[in-house]
Structure formats: C-alpha cells, structure tokens
Design a protein around this ligand. Structure first.
Ligand code: UD1
Length: 420
C-alpha cells in the first residue's frame, strides 16, 4: 500500500503553478457528449477523476485522446446511453451524463451515484429538473432510467438549494431543449461560468451564468469548440494554507484571485499577508508569526467553500486561540477531525459545528485520508507538525491534486510517496 511520508516543520519557498480545475473539467468533458463534433480542451489536469470520466465517455462510444494537458473528444461514435455501474459507483460526477445524453438521444440509464462518502448527497434536484424539462423518470434497484418523447422542452426550474451539479446538469440538458429555460436559485460557482462559456462556444445560448438566475434559449444542435479550463481555486487555496501554516512565503501562479476571495479574506484575518497580482495571475502568501483564530461558515459561492473547510481547520489547529467552524453544505464532512486529533489537535464536534482550540504544536502520526479534502488537510497539518507523518488511503488525494508530491517538493517540503 502506498503512503505519503512528510517530515514536518520545513519552511516552504518559491512558486507553484496551479492546474486546471477538477470541478470545471469534469462537467466540461461530459458536455462534449452534446455534440457529434470534436472538442479540444486545454489545461486538463492529470487526475484520477479525469481518467474515470474519460473512461465513462469511452464506454459510451466517444473518442477521447489525451496528450500532455490537451484532450480531444469525439462524440460521433456515441451509441450507448447507459453508464457502467463500476464508474458511477466510483465517481458522483457521473450523474452529469444524464442531461447531455437525455437531450441528445432521448434516454439515459444510470446506476445510483457513489463518490466521496460525504453526507447522503441526493440527486433529487437533478431528477426533478429533468422532469420539468419533459423527461419521464423511473427508479428501480438497477438505478435511474430517464426518457423523453422527442426533444426536451424548456421550462422554469427553481432549485431548493443552489446545487452545483444540478445547475450543470440542467444547463446542459436545456441547451438542446425546445424553447426557453430559466434556472432560479442556480449555483453561482466559477465552474458553472466555465461550463456556460464552453457550452456557448459550442453554439448554446446561455445568459446569466454566475448569478442566481440562468436563462437558456434552447438550440437544435451544438457543434465542436475549443476551451481552456479555469485554474483550480481549491488547489490554489490548499497551497496558500500550506504556506501560511508553515509561516513561509510562497507564490501560486495561474490563479484567479477573484475566485478565491472568501478564502483570501480569511487568510488575511488570520494574520498572514496576501499579495495579489491580478495581471500576472499570481497570489503570494507570507505566513504571520502568530496565527490568529478565525471563524468559518461554509456557504455556496461566493461564500467560503466547503471544499476548503478541512484544510482551514488544519491551519486553525495551530492558531493562538479558539475558532468555530459551521459546515452548512454537507453532513458528515468532519471526517478529518479524528485524524487531526491523532496529531494532537484539540477539536470538539457538535452536529454541524466544530470547535477548535489551537495548540502550540502538532505531532507526526500515522493517519489516513478519509476523503479528498481531508487528505489535503492532513498534509497541511503534517507540514507544520513536529516529526514524521504518514498519510494512507492516497486514492482520495489522487482524485483531485495533480502532481502533489512534485509540487510540494518544488516548494521545499520533505515529502515522498513510498510503498509500505
Ligand atoms: C460539487 C463539487 C464538490 C463541492 C460541492 C459544493 C463537483 C464535481 N463537485 O459537488 O467538490 O463540494 O459542489 O460546492 O463539482 N443536494 C440535494 N439534492 C440534489 C443535489 C444536491 O439536496 O439533487 C444537496 C447536497 O446534498 C448538498 C448540497 O445540495 O447538501 C450541495 O450539493 P451540490 O452543490 O450538488 O454538490 P455537487 O455538485 O455534488
């Protein structure tokens, strides 16, 4: 079994280039199913999730050619409308194939989605939205089966919560529907805007992406397009926190600071200095001598992202005082807490609240990455801890951080991946 071994308390320095965003590239790869033409995607990160979604496309009959960071997809050969169980179980984002396949072929079958074990993560909003667009949906023990009699029909859809995945699925489906769709209380995340930009480049007519009301005028067909994926704001935030917790000065490049605003504000509040150069697309952090406690409440964008909650908690474990975390997006997203405690952290959980009392030092321990962002949190803690930390269950980290070891080594971290 492979593990990461980190020798803590090394100062970091230098620069690290941020990769294309996992949460943008997955729906955009899926969106290429909407056309029979070729699409070219640039800045596609090397991640296990990208591999999985590519295999899903190939299993449907699409061509996927991936060299360096460029991916060329070919939707001409798509002949199947059923996602194999093995992939859907592996990755929740597989549910996104529903919108495009239903819109282009009038039917889709899907085993119930798996992915990270964070909360119950229902897909009711995806399904209700597709029904409002005219699909008939039937659920049995094999999964979800959706059909439409002819083209989908545009409609007004109100989302009970601004779900990222549901907004994406419905935006894709509505692009090829007949007439106008309005998605109200839509998610506003930058990844939604990136998907809308790709769809519009393919010939869709989508306005208002990035606000809570998205308007889509359906078109009869979409064509091929080329698109560059936005940088990963969560990866960037994770490196900045690694710099802050080790009281180092590091710079992330290929970063859109605007997308990180709520995270940067909290890093500044914690006593670190943040230098943004919008033009150069860089953000530099200079860790403060004293880490001040900061309260965090996760919210849909532009609030503090749930995907940064565990990393920020790792940082706050070493703050001089008490901080309070409220997780409002997912249940069961405190799985990192038990592992951080093994390193000497003082954290109490009460429902969706976590209370962190900063400690003067964390200590190396044998821990496991219980999910993707929990893995990043443990790594951040390990960089600041006294002694050696080993992190297991690396398949979670491989899902979302490109060249993690290489990038941290470049910053001067003592980190290696070993067979144990
Ligand atoms: C996406 C991100 C994930 C991030 C999350 C929230 C991808 C591939 N993943 O996940 O990294 O943590 O956004 O920013 O982009 N919900 C329902 N019914 C639904 C759908 C969602 O109740 O049909 C609820 C969920 O249980 C959760 C909330 O809505 O409480 C937000 O989930 P959602 O925004 O859909 O997350 P994902 O798109 O799965």
């Amino acid at each position: 079994m492979e593990k990461i071994v980190v020798s803590g308390q090394q100062k970091l320095s230098g620069e690290v280039a941020i990769s294309g965003a996992k949460n943008a590239v997955l729906p955009i790869i899926v969106a290429t199913l909407l056309t029979e033409d070729q699409c070219t995607l640039y800045d596609v990160p090397h991640l296990a999730d990208v591999q999985t979604i590519s295999e899903v496309l190939q299993s449907l009959g699409a061509g996927v050619n991936y060299h360096g960071h460029t991916m060329v997809t070919d939707g001409a050969g798509v002949s199947k409308t059923e996602a194999p169980y093995e992939y859907v179980q592996k990755m929740r984002a597989s549910v996104l194939i529903m919108g495009p396949l239903l819109a282009r072929f009038g039917k889709v079958n899907l085993s119930m989605p798996g992915g990270c074990a964070i909360g119950t993560r229902p897909i009711d909003l995806h399904l209700k939205g597709l029904e409002l667009l005219g699909a008939t949906i039937h659920i049995d023990e094999d999964g979800v089966h959706a059909e439409s009699d002819g083209r989908l029909k545009g409609n007004d859809i109100f989302l009970r919560v601004p779900s990222v995945g549901a907004t994406e699925n419905l935006m894709m489906a509505a692009s090829l529907a007949e007439g106008r769709t309005r998605i109200e209380n839509a998610a506003e995340e930058p990844e939604i805007v990136d998907l809308a930009n790709m769809l519009n480049a393919m010939g869709a007519d989508i306005r208002g992406a990035g606000t809570s009301m998205i308007r889509i005028n359906g078109v009869p067909c979409l064509h091929g397009a080329a698109h560059t994926i936005i940088p990963d704001r969560i990866e960037a935030g994770s490196y900045l926190l690694a710099g802050a917790i080790t009281k180092s000065r590091i710079k992330v490049t290929n970063c859109i600071a605007e997308h990180l605003r709520p995270v940067l504000d909290k890093i500044i509040e914690s006593g670190a200095e943040v230098i943004v150069n919008e033009e150069a697309m860089t953000v530099e952090v200079i860790g403060g001598e004293h880490i001040l406690p900061v309260d965090i409440k996760t919210m849909p964008y532009p609030g503090f992202p749930t995907d940064m909650q565990s990393q920020f908690m790792a940082y706050m474990c070493m703050a001089e005082g008490a901080s309070h975390f409220t997780e409002t997006i997912f249940e069961n997203r405190f799985m990192h807490v038990d592992e951080l405690r093994k390193m000497g952290a003082n954290i109490q959980i009460d429902g969706k609240n976590a209370f962190v009392n900063g400690v003067p030092a964390l200590y190396g321990a044998d821990v496991k990455a219980t999910d993707l962002r929990a893995g990043a949190a443990l790594l951040i803690a390990a960089l600041a801890a006294q002694g050696e930390t080993t992190i297991g269950q690396l398949h979670h980290l491989d899902r979302g951080y490109e060249d993690l070891i290489g990038k941290f080594r470049q910053l001067g971290a003592k980190i290696q991946r070993v067979e144990m």
